[in-house]
Design a protein around this ligand. Sequence first.
Ligand code: SF4
Length: 49
Amino acid sequence: MTKCIGCGKCERHCPQHIEIRRELKNAEKALLPAPVKLIFTVANRIANL
Ligand code: SF4
């Protein structure tokens, strides 16, 4: 979930045409409390510098 870079490759291969990027965002909102989400966001940005 937090490693997704939004490239869309998975959606091009999904036989059910699931909008995976959108669903990952929905799952993230539903499952992660805000402070944990913030920590993941900051860690990902630092890792991608
Ligand atoms: S869009 Fe799909 S293939 Fe691309 S990084 Fe996210 S989950 Fe992986």
